[in-house]
Design a protein around this ligand. Structure first.
Ligand SMILES: [Zn+2]
Length: 153
């Protein structure tokens, strides 16, 4: 199975929690998940794994290069598969909703700016803080944004 090979290639033994967590990321339509999201989804599947185990597995996966860790809103780490797919993120400051995008113009501009400063581009992280439209189609309400101040938990 692919996941066992992935784990082996990453130098990790294929334990049940590791396989389950990797399954979740490889099989899920939701690309960005917190440790709590993973915990809840595994609970829904009837898996009895503690949150501490999930944190440990996610950290191991990050160190092994299987997952990428992001620090978006609210001080919580968000994980996604590290599949070499280059993209940037828009994150709602109210709901934490994450949307991916890729923009060739932005990529080009960043490369140019870096070159202009005499640097060689390695990588970039772009995360745009925004307000998602509300579900009922109303324009986003700015009011709630103040609640999610940086550094608060
Ligand atoms: Zn992403």
């Amino acid at each position: 199975m692919a996941r066992e090979l992935d784990l082996k290639n990453a130098g990790l033994k294929a334990t049940l929690p590791r396989m389950k967590v990797l399954d979740l990321f490889q099989g899920s339509k939701v690309r960005h998940m917190t440790a709590e999201d993973v915990y809840r989804l595994l609970m829904d599947e009837g898996m009895d794994v503690g949150l501490a185990t999930i944190y440990r597995v996610l950290t191991q996966f990050e160190q092994a290069g299987l997952l990428k860790r992001h620090h978006f809103e609210g001080g919580k780490s968000i994980f996604e598969l590290h599949d070499g797919d280059k993209h940037d993120h828009i994150v709602c400051v109210n709901t934490g909703q994450v949307v991916e995008f890729h923009d060739a113009e932005i990529e080009k501009r960043i490369e140019k700016i870096v070159k202009e400063h005499g640097f060689e581009l390695v990588d970039h992280v772009l995360h745009i803080r925004a307000l998602a439209p509300s579900k009922d189609g109303k324009p986003p309400a700015r009011g709630g944004a103040a609640k999610t101040g940086r550094g608060t938990r």
